[in-house]
Design a protein around this ligand. Structure first.
Ligand code: NAP
Length: 270
């Protein structure tokens, strides 16, 4: 990464943010890449506070977006990257100052670096051996997982508490995903070497003892259980997988990889 000397002021928008390790992670990355940077937690109880906030705080060069705003942020953007548009979720925004956008004298461009972090993590598994994938959750991170798996030619379905059938990623994407319900898992014809991905907040700190209600016979020893959660380091989903002899992984590599991709965007080196 080529670094210039200006100060990089960035942050994270979401609610709640108390679980986030992003400030610690970005401090490490700033040191590693020799960047004079600061990363702030910008907890917002409503996203419609954002335009006023950005008008007042003119030093901010960009921000990450997390729960629950990854999809709602899109209507505040002036431009969106093609992958983020297809996924229908944005986790990184670059602010261009001195350029008028629809909400004031700044211009917002949205990206999705989650799916880059997911691809990076998936490549650490033996993808050749993976049969199908089952993603728990249907939110922004689940869609980024689906989009990454689609790019890697791995078949997948998503599991939802409330929906069964086919859905589109976004109106523009032309891509569809198949959704089953948790009760369908008992009868679901799984493949050998299934990749399970937890893309729900179940098990996230401080509710570390909550776990997904899965049929006892679902996970087998040759499977992989990848939890997007990284706090706690060993999650309830990873324990469920490890109890069945599966390979388990948390979301730390994804977090690091999507953060480096976000830095490149803010430094205009993507
Ligand atoms: P989101 O948009 O709020 O979606 C979460 C999904 O989980 C929902 O669509 C919902 O699907 C399901 N869900 C919510 N509450 C649930 C519950 N009580 N029981 C079962 N399912 C529930 O959140 P997200 O942004 O996709 O994030 C999902 C998870 O990924 C979070 O834990 C987040 O911390 C993690 N994440 C990690 C990284 C990383 O870098 N490691 C990056 C992004 C996200 P249904 O309503 O269809 O059931």
């Amino acid at each position: 990464m080529v670094i210039d000397k200006r100060h990089l002021d960035v942050g994270l928008i979401g609610n709640p943010l108390s679980h986030s390790r992003s400030p610690v992670l970005f401090d490490i990355l700033f040191k590693q890449y020799g960047i004079d940077g600061s990363y702030r937690l910008l907890e917002m109880s409503a996203l419609n506070d954002l335009p006023d906030y950005l008008r007042i705080d003119s030093s901010l060069a960009g921000f990450n977006v997390t729960i629950p705003y990854k999809q709602d942020i899109i209507k505040y953007l002036d431009a969106i990257d093609a992958n983020a548009l297809k996924i229908g979720a944005v986790n990184t925004v670059r602010i261009t100052r001195n350029k008028n956008g629809k909400n004031g004298d700044y211009y917002l461009t949205g990206y999705n670096t989650d799916y880059l972090g997911i691809i990076d993590t998936l490549r650490s598994f033996n993808l050749e051996k993976i049969g199908n994938a089952i993603i728990f959750g249907t939110g922004g991170a689940a869609k980024a997982c689906g989009y990454a798996l689609h790019g890697l030619s791995v078949n997948y379905c998503m599991v939802s508490r409330s929906f069964r059938g086919s859905r589109s990623y976004s109106t523009e994407s032309g891509l569809k995903y198949h959704v089953i319900r948790y009760e369908d898992l008992t009868y679901y014809k799984r493949t050998e070497n299934t990749l399970f991905i937890n893309a729900t907040p179940i098990g996230l700190w401080p509710d570390v003892n909550k776990s997904l209600h899965l049929p006892d016979s679902l996970i087998l020893p040759n499977d992989i259980c990848f939890d997007l959660i990284y706090n706690p380091t060993v999650t309830s989903f990873m324990k469920q997988g490890a109890d069945k002899g599966a390979t388990v992984k948390n979301g730390l590599q994804m977090l690091e990889s999507q953060a480096v991709a976000a830095l490149r965007i803010w430094l205009e080196q993507e």
